[in-house]
Design a protein around this ligand. Structure first.
Ligand code: ZN
Length: 69
């Protein structure tokens, strides 16, 4: 599942900067070194729910559209 969509703000034309709040259920492989340093590998998004997306430029929350690839 692709967890990262592209967005566009129709109010100001922003394509690059958004605040995204989302809930995710993920499966991760936690790989520890012997001294306890963690690297997360093979993260898989099982489910996600986008709660809100706000434009960083004009702070609009209602003019954001998801771009289809
Ligand atoms: Zn905007």
């Amino acid at each position: 599942m692709n967890s990262n969509s592209r967005y566009r703000c129709n109010a100001c034309g922003n394509l690059t900067r958004f605040d995204v709040i989302k809930m995710q259920r993920t499966s991760e492989f936690h790989h520890f070194t012997t001294d306890g340093k963690l690297t997360i590998e093979e993260k898989e998004v099982l489910e996600q729910q986008i709660e809100s997306i706000h434009c960083r430029w004009c702070e609009s929350g209602s003019d954001i559209v998801k771009l289809e690839n």
